[in-house]
Write a protein that binds this ligand. Structure first.
Ligand SMILES: Cc1cc2nc3c(=O)[nH]c(=O)nc-3n(C[C@H](O)[C@H](O)[C@H](O)COP(=O)(O)OP(=O)(O)OC[C@H]3O[C@@H](n4cnc5c(N)ncnc54)[C@H](O)[C@@H]3O)c2cc1C
Length: 384
């Protein structure tokens, strides 16, 4: 067992930390207030090679292992998990799905521009009636000669409104249930395809999500990705990578909350001494640090297993579930330590608290990961 980071890993972590400080933090407050996702972040990340660290070099990534990629994601999310997620989600989820299931032609056409920040790609699975349960997907794909006719709605899709290309899952044969699902690509501007931004958000306000509508949308058969019936299986590595991103990102978010809390607890004087000198505050700080350290090593360990191609279903659920729940708890304690100042956006902890709530939902809710762990340990599913 080796707990040391390599020189290269330390270098990438430091690079990402500096990027977060110089490029994400300065505009964060204003963008959040105005609900603006700063698209420029994508190109800036790409110019430093940080947009798609895990993707192969031939498709515009850095070809790094998952531990190094996780270190980069952790450092970026110390500034903002929501903004980092909006920036890197294309290369992480839909692009990885395309890498696994796409034809050479599809991969050569879409992956390099997405990994270099020239095009934005979204991955669309969730619908008004199909969240955790993909068997409820109603978006239909009907074959007509050399085309597929698509009808349906996708919601809460990261970058859905601004995407140049969307990888989505639709039902080709309802009688087959999950085995009828297939994956397709559609480009912006295709007749019958429209999108609107998600409004009224209470968190992730500097991120970007949208609703997609497909109305008698015709796409050529060449736009199908992989075989019908394999959509969920083909999506697995992309979903798994998104979960690793969220686990590592939640650790970064929580670490930022701890750093801010320690600084504040040393400076804020009440009852004649810095609040950090009160035993009850020290108890909270100690619990924060201990939980963050546990979450960090769950995330690094699953990144290690993933890099080596070792089966890691329950380990990924341990990491995503524990890291995001820890981030939520740590951020809520950080807000309390900052008192009233924690409730305004002059300090990072309020932003992190809002991000942490949402991080427990996307990439599989806490309950879905508990059920996955239960299924793996008990060898029986509670959710079928
Ligand atoms: C910021 C953001 C970005 C997103 N980006 C994307 C994207 O790019 N692409 C995409 O496809 N989707 C995206 N989503 C959607 C996200 O994946 C879903 O919200 C998530 O999968 C949960 O689905 P749901 O919200 O419909 O909740 P539901 O599945 O309806 O769950 C509601 C509640 O019921 C619980 N629950 C459900 N089933 C069970 C059960 N069997 N046992 C116990 N409890 C249960 C859940 O844990 C949850 O607490 C995004 C969401 C957000 C907020």
């Amino acid at each position: 067992m080796d707990f040391e980071l390599t020189e290269e890993q330390r270098m990438f972590k430091e690079m990402a930390r500096k990027f977060a400080e110089q490029e994400i933090l300065p505009s964060l407050k204003e963008n959040e207030r105005q609900e603006i996702f700063d698209l420029g972040i994508i190109k800036k990340l790409a110019s430093q090679g940080l947009l798609a660290p895990h993707m192969p070099k031939e498709y515009g990534g850095l070809g790094l292992d998952y531990v190094t990629s996780a270190l980069i994601w952790e450092a970026l999310c110390m500034a903002s998990l929501s903004i980092t997620q909006a920036a890197v989600s294309g290369p992480i989820q839909p692009a990885t799905n395309l890498l696994d299931a796409g034809s050479d032609e599809q991969k050569n056409k879409y992956l390099p521009p997405v990994c270099k920040g020239e095009k934005i790609m979204s991955g669309a699975v969730v619908e008004p009636t199909a969240g955790s349960d993909s068997s409820m997907i109603e978006t239909s794909a009907v074959r007509s000669g050399n085309h597929w006719i698509i009808n349906g709605t996708k919601i809460f899709i990261t970058n859905g409104e601004i995407a140049d290309v969307v990888l989505f899952i639709a039902q080709t044969d309802k009688s087959k249930g999950l085995k009828g699902l297939a994956t397709f690509l559609v480009e912006k501007g295709t007749p019958g395809f429209s999108s609107t931004p998600q409004k009224g958000k209470i968190s992730w306000r500097g991120g970007s999500e949208g609703t997609l509508r497909f109305t008698d949308m015709e796409i050529p058969v060449e736009n199908q990705v992989g075989e019908s019936g394999r959509a969920l299986r083909d999506a697995l590595r992309g979903i798994d990578t998104a979960r690793l991103f969220l686990a590592a990102g939640a650790v970064g978010l929580a670490q930022s909350c701890l750093d801010s809390s320690i600084k504040y607890a040393k400076e804020r004087v009440q009852f004649g001494k810095p609040i950090g000198g009160h035993q009850l505050i020290q108890e909270i700080i100690a619990d924060m640090a201990t939980k963050i350290e546990a979450a960090r090593w769950l995330a690094y360990r699953v990144a290690y297993l993933k890099t080596r191609g070792i089966r890691h279903i329950k380990e990924m659920s341990y990491a995503k579930y524990f890291a995001t729940e820890t981030a939520l708890w740590v951020a809520s304690q950080a807000v309390k330590i900052h008192g009233s100042f924690g409730t305004i956006d002059d300090y990072p902890v309020g932003h992190h608290y809002q991000d942490a709530i949402t991080a427990t939902i996307l990439g599989g809710t806490a309950q879905m990961h508990q059920l996955t762990i239960g299924q793996q340990l008990l060898e029986m599913a509670a959710f079928k």
